[in-house]
Ligand binder design. Structure first.
Ligand SMILES: [Zn+2]
Length: 464
């Protein structure tokens, strides 16, 4: 016994100095925090927008996928059916509602950008109101933190539908973050190793290239978006809850009291059969989910499963392939505003196959005003005179912006034509069939462009 004790002491004496120096026991450097690794990152605009994807998220959770969610705003300018709170106080409530809705499904990694609600269909207004650069920086951080295989988001485009500018902005930012998060030269301060503990500015994240991005469109027309990605029935039964996926989505939605208290109170009084009848007859609760494949860097078929082609592990950064600038005449006119932005955006992000309505379309409140933003490009060596004329349906009138203008040599000028829209019949339908209008541009007796737009009139619509 004594001998053993002496030997042990001797052994400790021998090895202790070596262990203390650390020479033989390498220190494991800190790794990524696996609790925040996601397979799917959902990027949407407002609390309750997650509802566009919750039946799919419930299915993905059944397949043991890890999910994180980023909201663009806290929804502070929405309605409040549940209480008196408004503005920032309502935003604070809606943040919790969104967290509770997702927790009901089992999703707890949820973040908010500091965007503000924008009552407009114009994505450029939303991006301006969200401090585009700051929001993008935050979203790139969340992509690097969550390292998603797949990003799911609203389709960046403009069309007749709900077409909220904020929804579009979430899709624009998600696409930009998809293209930047893997780039070591983008927001490098997020990637640099930490310096001193008391100067915590550098984040020690790593670049991360997501593998696929899918979109969902809140467009009325489905013809142009169908067949460009997978679809999922929401009526299938969840392995975990033994309920249809739409029913799990409805349960999750119960958290959004501020947005739908009267509807939710009604549901609370119904039995299962009545809920099923309500869900299948209106509100789109049981509609099939359709996704549009934006980009895949790992192959897989367009209409195959979201995870088709995805294998574990990082892939190299893929700089988006920009397609060349379209050829233009020396003197040209084209639709400006969000329409020309999206043409540039698709070109810059290698999304030239992304479906978009042609001619472009919009739904507007009537009576009201339609604004047609235009670019005039004069690459010639002299000042050019241009004449605009609009062809409009009966009862629509050009308020201003038509007639003659000059653009000096080598300049690009912005202009706008404003058209007064007639009221809809008092007892008539809530909306008209879309009508086509056109703007003709002429110079020196020659046509230099014709711009077409399909316009639907509605009793209620978001401002243009
Ligand atoms: Zn929304």
């Amino acid at each position: 016994m004594k001998r053993l004790g002496t030997r042990l002491l001797f052994a400790l004496f021998l090895f202790f100095p070596v262990l203390a120096s650390g020479a033989q026991e390498p220190k494991v450097l800190p790794l990524r925090d696996e609790r925040y690794k996601a397979d799917i990152l959902l990027v949407v605009a407002h609390p309750d927008d997650e509802g566009a994807a919750t039946p799919y998220l419930a299915r993905a959770l059944d397949e043991h996928k890890r999910i994180a969610v980023v909201f663009g705003t806290r929804g502070s300018s929405g309605a409040n059916e549940a209480g008196a709170e408004q503005a920032a106080a309502l935003g604070a409530i809606r943040e919790i509602e969104a967290r509770n809705a997702l927790t009901a499904l089992g999703i707890t990694n949820v973040w908010f950008l500091s965007g503000k609600d924008t009552a407009s269909q114009n994505v450029l207004q939303s991006l301006a109101n969200w401090d585009h650069g700051a929001s993008l920086e935050q979203l790139v951080r969340f992509v690097r933190l969550t390292r998603p295989e797949v990003i799911l988001t609203f389709l960046p485009g403009t069309f007749i539908g709900e077409d909220h500018g904020d929804h579009q902005a979430s899709g624009v930012l998600a696409t930009e973050a998809f293209g930047m998060a893997g780039d070591p030269a983008s927001f490098p301060e997020q990637l640099a190793g930490p310096t001193k503990r008391l100067e915590p500015l550098l984040e020690n994240l790593r670049p991360w290239q997501p593998k696929k991005i899918y979109y969902f469109a809140d467009a009325d027309r489905e013809d142009i978006f169908r067949g460009n990605g997978p679809e999922y029935s929401v009526k299938e039964i969840s392995k975990s809850s033994k309920q249809p996926y739409w029913r799990m989505a409805l349960d999750s939605f119960r958290a959004h009291q501020t947005q739908a208290k009267s509807f939710l109170d009604k549901i609370a009084q119904m039995d299962e059969a009545q809920i099923e009848k309500m869900a299948t007859s209106d509100g789109g609760w049981t509609d099939t989910l359709h996704f549009v494949l934006g980009k895949s860097l790992v192959g897989g078929s367009v209409n195959g499963d979201v995870f088709d082609g995805i294998t574990p592990g990082a892939i190299p950064f893929a700089r988006p392939d920009a397609s060349p600038e379209p050829a233009r005449a020396d003197l040209s006119v084209e639709l400006g505003g969000p329409y020309s932005f999206y043409a540039e955006f698709r070109r810059a992000h290698g999304l030239t196959n992304l479906p978009h309505p042609e001619p472009p379309e919009i739904a507007l409140q009537a009576p009201g005003t339609l604004v047609i933003p235009l670019w005039i490009r004069n690459r010639t060596a002299k000042t050019q005179e241009i004449t605009f004329a609009a062809t409009l349906p009966a009862g629509w009138t050009a308020l201003n912006g038509t007639g003659k203008f000059t653009v000096v040599a080598k300049q690009v000028a912005a202009t706008r034509i404003e058209i007064t829209l007639p009221a809809l019949a008092e007892n008539g339908a809530k909306k008209t069939e879309p009508q086509e209008i056109s703007v003709h541009a002429e110079s020196n007796g020659q046509s230099i462009g014709e711009i077409k737009l399909r316009v639907e009139l509605r009793k209620r619509a978001l401002p243009q």
